[in-house]
Design a protein around this ligand. Structure first.
Ligand code: PMV
Length: 367
């Protein structure tokens, strides 16, 4: 319904001949607790996922636009951290072309885009989620500026989430602060496959509002399998159906834990999801083993620490070897020394980043 809605309501009017301006947004990376793994055509997820947005790991994007009176507009330049990036520019060009049905104005504009990320590529954080979210927000704001609208409200973010999804699936969860849910589930009323939605405040106990995420870099080498390649492995996966059923069970338990302030169940489900994601990858055809010795060393340490201290701390992993240590702010004074003495020695060159749940995207004036 939203696809037809956005296409049918796309503003087909011309743009002012002297249209010119610049729009910038900053948007966070997000870390999934319930993992999105497997998709159908059109960036439709195989299952629902749930994540939270980070504070320090953000991408800033600036989009400069100028009317092209001949109607031959396009992407003139694309820079990442101050440098031209051909590979990413091609991806962005294709992305923008795919968005013409939603933003017909794109054909009449010359664009120059520049992005800057606060975290090193080697940290293995999905910069594409933060980048596509920032770009989608810029596009939605640019459209509003061109047609003299100003509606930064729920519909605005829903549209930005829809557009971000078309760039990189998990990007649709980055347009919100706090917890975001993407996909349909029996257990939450607002789930949609087309865009993410923020969990209602009354559905999360305040203990979860200040979650911490220490990103521990076990290995920074390039990914062995791309995201799209990884999702494709689920098409023929022997465990596909069981995975779809498991997500519903895990999502229900996690949503209940969030509501009730049940830290122990929260940690159990988060770890189960991370190991399931890797289990699915190991048992795909071809199979991938993305954990490294440092990853396993850290997992052992985390589990020992939890058993010895009774502190609810756990890990999650994306499709790579780096650990995201998830813990509660109230335990920070005990967990911090554990990170630096027990975990950091297993990190490549001692690299780690201390991050936490963040305030979501914001419009900015410059990079
Ligand atoms: O958005 P993509 O296509 O890069 O996929 C992200 C997949 C995971 O990071 C492994 C899980 C998730 O839900 O973010």
């Amino acid at each position: 319904m939203y696809t037809t809605f956005y296409r049918d309501n796309a503003i087909k009017a011309g743009i002012p001949e002297n249209a010119e301006g610049e729009i910038c947004w900053e948007s966070p990376a997000n870390i999934a607790l319930i993992k999105y793994w497997g998709k159908e055509t059109g960036q439709i997820p195989m299952n629902a996922s749930l994540s939270f947005s980070l504070k320090k790991s953000v991408v800033r994007a600036c989009m400069r636009y100028k009317a092209n009176i001949k109607g031959e507009g396009g992407l003139l330049s694309f820079k990442v951290n101050g440098e031209e990036n051909e590979a990413f520019a091609r991806r962005i060009k294709d992305y923008l072309i795919s968005l013409y049905p939603y933003f017909p104005c794109l054909g009449k504009l010359d664009l120059e885009i520049e992005t800057h990320s606060t975290f090193p590529h080697s940290a293995g954080i999905a910069s594409s989620a933060a980048a596509f979210s920032a770009l989608a927000l810029c596009l939605c704001s640019m459209e509003e500026a061109l047609y003299n609208k100003e509606t930064i409200n729920e519909d605005f973010f829903r549209k930005a989430s829809y557009m971000a999804r078309l760039g990189s699936g998990s990007a649709c969860r980055s347009v919100y602060d706090g917890f975001a849910l993407w996909g349909e589930t029996r257990h939450y009323q607002t789930g949609s496959k087309l865009f993410a939605a923020k969990l209602f405040e009354q559905d999360t106990d305040p203990v979860f509002n200040t979650l911490k995420d220490a990103i521990l870099v076990a290995d920074s080498s390039a990914k062995k399998v791309s995201s799209s390649g990884g999702h494709a492995l689920m098409n023929q996966h022997l465990y596909r159906q069981s995975r779809i059923e498991q997500v519903e069970l895990n999502l229900k338990k996690l949503l209940d834990a969030l509501k009730e302030g049940d830290e122990k169940t929260f940690v159990e489900i988060v770890e189960n999801e991370a190991l399931t994601l890797h289990g699915l990858m190991m048992t795909s055809n071809p199979g991938y083993l993305l954990m490294k010795p440092g990853t396993l060393e850290m997992i052992e340490k985390i589990r020992e620490f939890r058993e010895e201290t009774g502190i609810n701390v756990g890990f999650t992993l994306d499709a790579g070897p780096n650990i995201h240590l998830i813990y509660f702010e109230k335990d920070a004074k005990n967990v911090r020394p554990f990170i630096t003495t027990e975990l950091v020695p297993h990190c490549e060159y001692g690299q780690w980043m201390d991050d936490q749940m963040g305030p979501g995207p914001k419009k900015i004036n410059k990079l």
